[in-house]
Design a protein around this ligand. Sequence first.
Ligand SMILES: Nc1ncnc2c1ncn2[C@@H]1O[C@H](COP(=O)(O)OP(=O)(O)OP(=O)(O)O)[C@@H](O)[C@H]1O
Ligand SMILES: [Mg+2]
Length: 260
Amino acid sequence: MVESEQEITLKIIIIGMVVIFLLSLSVIIFFILYQRRLLAQQQKHQKIESDYQKELLKTSILSQEEERTRIAKELHDDVGAMLTTTKLYFGQITPELPPDELKDIAKKTSGFLDDMIHSVRSISQDLRPVVLEKLGLIEAIQSLVQTINESGKISAGFQNNTVKTIIKTKELNIYRIVQELVTNTLKHAEATTIKIQLKNDKNVLVILYEDDGKGLKGENMLHKKGLGLKNIESRLSVLSGTSQFINKSKGMKVKVEIPI
Ligand SMILES: Nc1ncnc2c1ncn2[C@@H]1O[C@H](COP(=O)(O)OP(=O)(O)OP(=O)(O)O)[C@@H](O)[C@H]1O
Ligand SMILES: [Mg+2]
């Protein structure tokens, strides 16, 4: 039986519609799958980001605890012990005591009091460097560099090319970052020189820090064992800053950028 023209047209229309339907269906399925993948990727990124924030928070709490333990220990071992000894000496004072012994006790207790004043000053200096409070970040770094040079172990240079003032509230965190970098060089690097450079790039403070020691191995700082580098990261997160380790034939170089 020969199909009529009408039937052929109908078949073509039906086949065409089926094809269009299948095409649309595959586009929809593709779109849904693509969205799902995008969402999964976003969730993965969010998880990485939140894990990272958690890690930073943990580091910050841990180092605060460490700092408190250290201060408690210094107060207990230094100041506490000296106060106890001084009290013992005072207990020996009686009206019958010969003037010579009295003089001896006065000399010793005065010595203890001097040591105590020194200890308390150094503990408070550690908590918040006086020079930072009084004169600001640049002078505080200068003073840090001077202390390193006076130790005679290593030569440190500091170049300041900043033209903008740094917000007071950011100074302590920035100072602690430089201090940790310096401490690490002294502790791990076996370097002979340290170079610190500060400059402005518009409203961004740029710190270039380098030493000529053993150098940092491994790119990812957060996998390193100590608290110091993680602490730098957590301070940078507070400051909305970034750090970038730069390859160097000998030693380590890091560029820190902080909006001010
Ligand atoms: N300037 C450097 N030169 C060579 N190695 C370094 C330098 N800075 C850091 N490192 C390496 O990176 C590791 C991690 O440093 P980080 O400051 O996090 O920890 P730490 O100094 O060992 O301990 P903490 O800072 O908690 O007292 C160090 O143990 C050291 O091996
Ligand atoms: Mg360290």
